[in-house]
Design a protein around this ligand. Sequence first.
Ligand SMILES: C=CC1=C(C)c2cc3[nH]c(cc4nc(cc5[nH]c(cc1n2)c(C)c5CCC(=O)O)C(CCC(=O)O)=C4C)c(C)c3C=C
Ligand SMILES: [Fe+2]
Ligand SMILES: [Fe+2]
Length: 370
Amino acid sequence: MAKVKSDKTFFHGKSESTGVLLINLGTPQEPTKSSVRSFLKQFLSDGRVIEIPKLVWLPILYGFILPRRPEASARNYKKVWMDEGSPLMHYSLRQQKLLQKEMESRFSGPVHIELAMRYGDPDIQAGIDKLQEKGVRRVLILPLYPQYSATTTATSFDEIFKVFSARRWIPELRFVAQYHDHPSYINALAESVKDFWKTNKRSEVLLMSFHGLPKRNLELGDPYFCHCHKTGRLLAEKLDLKESEWKLTFQSRFGKAEWLKPYTDKTLSEMPAEGIKSVDVVCPGFPSDCIETLEEINMENRGYFMEAGGQDYQYIPALNDNPEHVKALADIVQQHTQGWPETESDWQASNAEKQSEISKKQAQKHGAKL
Ligand SMILES: C=CC1=C(C)c2cc3[nH]c(cc4nc(cc5[nH]c(cc1n2)c(C)c5CCC(=O)O)C(CCC(=O)O)=C4C)c(C)c3C=C
Ligand SMILES: [Fe+2]
Ligand SMILES: [Fe+2]
């Protein structure tokens, strides 16, 4: 067991409240080689992300990846960096802020929304500290990954367990493992596509591009591939698309092994020869725009499509701080915190109700026996 420190500063004398910890992947502090290097070092040392024995992987990571990739990656980060900083951080902070406001309007008692990153800062320990300093007794863990994968969701949960293994007084915890088919999330996606089509000419095909994974992860039982396909099908149904009007692909291949197919880049390069000259690309698995959508999809892959003879390429922005997205996240929080008291008096009331129900049942049972 980890060394358990004193929790005195966190809990005593604070009012009861509910906390929500939003978790995203993380991002470099700056679009520089050294910042990207320290981010990639932590990210790519995670055994949940790279499932290769450490003895084999670490020499590759330190000998080939970390000396080369940070420079190229930093160049790409520079292309999408905003005045506010990393797009992923900017939109995640906006989601936190807007969800806080939305939950305050839905909850009758205190509720605190915090944001943590699995890699880099603010880390998961800092997020939990912030919630505990506010006196939360119940915490909902909500990773911002609609589709479950061991490489993203499970590693976030691992970190939660690790942090609490060194705490004395663990709050009540609930975990949202996925929301890939949640009606409010599908609705938010459909509305964002429809809104885009209101102001932009609709292309021949809607391409839904999800982040990829090694194919081996699917074979070993990771449900990510199936979750992506269900999201895609539900979105296509909600948009009333015919089979010929949409495609689902996987992007962001890393390394030499086979990844989930079809690949986004290859598909886009082949579409013009198949007669598809215009395409709209949406990335339903990314709740926030980030390097993977803004650079890889909106720049690099645009190039592949246009060079292959495509004429119109449009990227539909991620859900970001869109009100329908905030509503979807709030619906998810509300459902997963059901039964949790919102105020001190709720708690007493629900206890009193429960107590009288139990007493009634006991009395009946007892009475029947007599
Ligand atoms: C083996 C490597 C990788 C796996 C497996 C992987 C899974 C995975 N990633 C996301 C979401 C994001 N990934 C992002 C960046 C990113 N991903 C990898 C590698 C793997 N991802 C790398 C090396 C990078 C860094 C960028 C680069 O150097 O190319 C991001 C964006 C971060 C940002 O700062 O903007 C996100 C988001 C998911 C959902 C996923 C599995 C389902
Ligand atoms: Fe990734
Ligand atoms: Fe990428």
